[in-house]
Design a protein around this ligand. Sequence first.
Ligand code: ATP
Length: 247
Amino acid sequence: MSLLELDAVDAYYGESHILRDLSMTVEDGEICALLGRNGAGKTTTLRSISGATPPQVRDGTVRFKDEDITGVPAEDVSARGISLVPEERRVFPNLTVAENLHLAEVVGNKSNTWGRSLTFEHKGATTEQVYEDFPRLRERKDQKAGTLSGGEQQMLAIARALKQNTDLMLLDEPYEGLAPKIIEDVEAAVHRLNEEGTTVLLVEQNAAAAIKIADRAYVVDQGSIVFDGTAEELREDEETRERYLGV
Ligand code: ATP
């Protein structure tokens, strides 16, 4: 059984048909990359999983831990253990790093208990664990998040997701706009959290960087999967890379 399974998903924005018969799986414990050009449907796929609206999934199913979560609202998807770190790296700019992390815990607890149990037990990573994963955040814990560099904000956004109860982390273009050196720092952080047991679905336009840390990769084009294989197979498949990824 796969941790996540999309089966023949059709998703729409209004009447615009964006995802067409899209099927893919994410296996427990792996880093899976979803690659493709601008506008190919990567973000729409993540939104179809996370319950963010729009889009609307009209056909097909999304299953997580063998339960049907198609069309389930975002808070409930999050309570089941899926966290989305969106492209725009939502952090609270006027709060410090420590305050941002604390707030994630409070929000995480709320969604963990949403419609489930009434206990306020915190199931995500502790602040200490997060600081161990991201030493840079500990150094900057009293600094306002808005004054962090792009890479540090990305780490804070990922750290906030970790403070929630996360089995599957959806990362939308975490490398966007970051210098190569900083990309390496974010890569290392993603690697670490994966080694600690979080499964990762990584969406990227930077195919080379994503393939480096992924176990498997999918390529999406015009809303459908056009390649599915190991990262190694994609690295060797020049035709697919040139045709759909422009590299
Ligand atoms: P990018 O890297 O540019 O974010 P992407 O692969 O993530 O690319 P999506 O954001 O999933 O692409 O967009 C897929 C298609 O859906 C595009 O043609 C886009 O214009 C369209 N689209 C995205 N959001 C909306 C929306 N809210 N309403 C209507 N169409 C949308």
